[in-house]
Structures are given as C-alpha cells and as structure tokens.
Design a protein around this ligand. Structure first.
Ligand code: AMP
Ligand code: MN
Ligand code: MN
Ligand code: MN
Length: 302
C-alpha cells in the first residue's frame, strides 16, 4: 500500500516486536494481546523467533478486542560471525517461501539445542536439553532463553542474565556456533511474503564499525527498508546513534519493546520512548495502521 499521511502517526502507541510462548516469550499469544491492550497499545506486531505459529491466535484475539495487529517474525541470521536478527513486519504467514525458510531454521535449532545440552554435560551440568525442553512450549523452538530458565530453576545460577554471562555467550562452555540464515535470504523471504524487513536492535551486535556499515549496505541492497531505532534493548545514546543511521541511509524507523515477559524484559509492551519526530515511522507502510488510527480517532471523539 502507499504511505499514509504522516500526521498523527507518531502519536500512536506502536509496538512492533514481542515474543509469545510460540518462541521464547512467557505469555500465550492471546495473553500478549490482552496485555498490549491494558498498556494502551494502538498497533501491535507479534514477532516470534523463526516461527509464525502464534500469528493466527494473536490475530483472532486482536480482532475480538479491537486491537490493530501486524503479523511478524524475527529471523536469526549469521553475519560476520555474529547472530543478527531481522524482523519482518506485515508478512503473509501462508507464504511458502517464508514458511519453508523458517522450517529449515527450526530444524537447525533442534540440532543446536541438543549440542548445547552435550556441551553443558561435559562440564558437569547434566540433563540441560531435557530441562530446557520443559520450558519450551513449542518443542521445535528451543532457545538459549529456555536453557537459561532451566538453569535458574534448577539452582545453577541466580538469574537468566548470569546464566548467559557464564554459560551461553560466545567463549563460554555452553555456547555452540551455529549457521543461521544468510542476511540476503532472510530479507528475501520477508519480501516474498509481502513484508517489510527491519534490522532488530542493532546496538546489540558486537560488530566493528566497518562490519556494521557492511550490514546496512547489504541489508539495503537486498531490499531491507527499516531499522529499530527505539528498542527495549537500546539505551538513549544507542537510540540516538541509530536515529542518525536511519537519517543517513533514508531508512524507516521502528519502535519495538522486544518484550518477552514481565520478569525478563526491561521494557513492557507499548512502554518504549517515542520515535524522534523527524524520522519516518515504518508503520506508515503497514496496512493495519489505518485501523489503529481510526480507533484512536474514535476514542478521541468520545
Ligand atoms: P537463541 O535465539 O536461541 O540464540 O536465543 C537468543 C535469545 O536469548 C534472545 O532472543 C533473548 O531472548 C535471550 N538472550 C540473549 N542474550 C541474552 C542475555 N545476555 N540475557 C538475557 N537473555 C538473553
Ligand atoms: Mn528471545
Ligand atoms: Mn532479537
Ligand atoms: Mn526479539
């Protein structure tokens, strides 16, 4: 669709990145929708890791409660030796190209999770794969977050962050190198599904300045169009840094809590800072935004 007029778009409470139990979030898709509504969200995207299985339930709940909803996904990519996440917004969940690519990624995830279990067993932590699986509502989507929750629950470490620092990041004994999707493939799958590709939380990547430049060069060349400027994973300084990147590269800007659950996430649904007013919101290009604007206008008229 063509862009909507910019007026009013910045005033909407938009949250275009969160996780349900279909990946590594704590809430079922329907509960996420209800929490978004309670927090005053006008437009919500569900973006589970490498999985579209929560979209139908979230969409049904959003429709029943009058919340404008965007079907999304967060795709794991390997770039310059680092895991990079590319969010797709406004994707058609029935697209076979996207569905097929994600199915392959999930198959790789399963093999990796078993290897993480093996690596932890070598340092004396047995049964971690089975333990992580008990925390994963979707057995095809075991994430490091599930390992972390299991190690906290079994008393190995006091909290999830400490587990990551000691066991699950590169250089630590439970870290397993993994070949995720290629950047160009992830962007192509999103575009095949009619979606907009967004670089998720760019400040989180340990990339050199040159590699970060390359990431955006290749992302744009592949047809990527947006970047998460405001993210639950960004400090204010980091937000300013990527606002500059968005301006310099003419990218659309997203606003995204990356909410996983109330005890694990710094920022709740819909509670991110506003976008800098001069940036073009990525939601100007999402079909559901018109419904969000209409609902906000109707509320204002009451
Ligand atoms: P995976 O996709 O299996 O590599 O798991 C990555 C997920 O683990 C992220 O999406 C976060 O939910 C979580 N995560 C990654 N790093 C950390 C960290 N340092 N502290 C807490 N959670 C993290
Ligand atoms: Mn996650
Ligand atoms: Mn991410
Ligand atoms: Mn995320």
């Amino acid at each position: 669709m063509s862009a909507l007029p910019a007026s009013g778009l910045h005033a909407l409470n938009v949250d275009l990145h969160c996780h349900s139990t279909v990946s590594d979030g704590w809430l079922e898709p329907q509960a996420l929708v209800l929490r978004a509504l309670a927090n005053g969200v006008d437009l919500l995207a569900l973006t589970d890791h490498d999985e579209l299985g929560g979209i139908a339930e979230a969409q049904r709940a959003a429709l029943a409660h009058g919340l404008a909803f965007v079907a999304g996904v967060e795709i794991s990519v390997l770039f310059a030796g680092e895991t990079v996440h590319i969010v797709g917004l406004g994707v058609d969940p029935r697209c076979p190209t996207l569905g097929g690519g994600l199915a392959e990624l999930r198959a790789g995830r399963d093999a990796r999770a078993r290897r993480i279990g093996d690596e932890l067993a070598r340092i004396g932590i047995g049964g971690a794969f089975e333990g992580a699986l008990r925390f994963a509502r979707n057995p095809t989507l075991v994430s490091r977050a599930h390992f972390a929750r299991h190690l906290v629950a079994s008393g190995v470490m006091p909290d999830v962050k400490t587990v990551f620092d000691h066991y699950l990041v590169r250089g630590k004994p439970g870290f397993v190198e993994h070949r995720w999707a290629a950047l160009e493939d992830a962007v192509a799958w999103i575009r095949a599904a009619g979606g907009i590709a967004v670089v998720a939380h760019p400040a989180r990547y340990r990339l050199s300045t040159a590699d970060m430049g390359q990431l955006f060069d290749r992302f744009v060349a592949a047809g990527g169009e947006a970047v998460e400027v405001v993210s639950g994973a960004h400090s204010e300084d980091e937000m300013r840094r990527f606002a500059t990147v968005a301006r310099q590269r003419g990218l659309l800007a997203s606003r995204a809590s990356d909410f996983h659950g109330e005890h694990e996430s710094a920022v709740d649904l819909g509670r991110c800072n506003p976008l800098p007013p001069d940036l073009a919101p990525v939601w100007s290009r999402l079909a559901a935004t018109a419904a969000a604007q209409a609902a906000a206008a109707a509320r204002a008229a009451l």
